[in-house]
Design a protein. Structure first.
Length: 305
């Protein structure tokens, strides 16, 4: 595809989170810390799950992929944003911009599908425990993860291709800290109605997955009434941590993509939530509430030391 065929804009300027120099310095330190925590925390989960014999259930198989997606997802936007806090000239090439747009939607959508698959896993484990091992075989889990990646790719390639075909003839200032569809649509000098519809459809993917997730949790909670007190507590702790992550990720995500974009300032601050804060909190939420992961981590440290 010749991306730059008709557009006279060869690069975009990212306005970032703030234009205040002092605020930018504070943000630099803060987000550098956040990003370090994301890579270290999620990396630790991946290493723990891979190296521990005990964490071989489907739940940890999915958690491992979730952590990997989180690292990739935040890596699409965070390093550029952190570097931009220090420079006056926050430019990004047209191709770089489209690559960033692709990455954000690819990993973001994959994360949505993986979270949905994880909810299904919890549903089978709690509501159909006798069939769990036959329903959630290694092969089925592998296919589910594969499906999540493919779904994310299809969603992302559609969004990206439609955006690259828009005409950009200036201005080229993107009111965001990364290239996303909404701010780019506002800069296009052609009719963006069709792309806008597709963006809203992307929001509908998030919303429908969110409803599937909520339904599965309602069914889980109802079925827990018949379980023993100990079984109920264990189930609630794994579901509780998962539900927390789901709400933190889906809430802001749906808010940004499903409504017509009126305030980009709101969009920016909300986007920080699902591109940085949630990937940072995921490892904490999953490890602090999970005894098995904590034990495996301690074992890993002892071996290392």
């Amino acid at each position: 595809i010749n991306m730059e065929n008709a557009s006279s804009v060869k690069e975009f300027i990212l306005l970032g989170l703030s234009e205040n120099q002092e605020v930018q310095k504070i943000c630099f330190v803060m987000f550098l810390f956040f990003y370090t925590v994301i890579v270290a925390g999620n990396g630790l989960i991946i290493v723990t799950v891979i190296s521990s014999q005990r964490l071989n259930s489907p739940m940890y198989f999915f958690l491992c992929y979730l952590s990997f997606v989180d690292i990739c997802y935040s890596s699409v936007t965070a390093p550029k944003m952190i570097a931009d806090f220090l420079v006056a000239n926050k430019t990004i090439s047209f191709v770089g911009c489209m690559a960033q747009l692709f990455g954000v939607h690819f990993f973001g959508c994959t994360e949505i599908f993986i979270l949905t698959v994880m909810a299904y896993d919890r549903y089978v484990a709690i509501c159909r425990p006798l069939h769990y091992t036959t329903l959630m075989t290694r092969r089925v889990c592998g296919r589910m993860v594969m499906g999540s990646w493919v779904g994310g790719f299809v969603h992302s390639i559609v969004q990206t291709l439609l955006t690259t075909r828009l005409l950009f003839c200036g201005p080229n200032k993107v009111d965001h800290y990364f290239c996303d569809v909404h701010p780019l649509l506002q800069l296009a000098c052609t009719d963006t109605y069709a792309v806008g519809i597709v963006v809203a459809a992307g929001g509908m993917i998030a919303l429908s997955c969110f409803f599937i997730l909520l339904m599965s949790y309602i069914i889980i909670l109802v079925s827990l009434r018949s379980q023993t007190c100990e079984g109920r507590q264990k189930a609630l702790s794994t579901c509780g941590s998962h539900l927390t992550v789901v709400i933190l990720f889906f809430g802001p995500c749906t808010f940004v993509y499903i409504r017509p974009s009126s305030s980009l300032l709101e969009d920016k601050s909300v986007a920080v939530f699902y591109t940085v804060i949630t990937p940072m909190l995921n490892p904490l939420i999953y490890t602090l509430r999970n005894e098995e992961v904590k034990k495996a981590m301690r074992k890993l440290w002892r071996r290392r030391l």
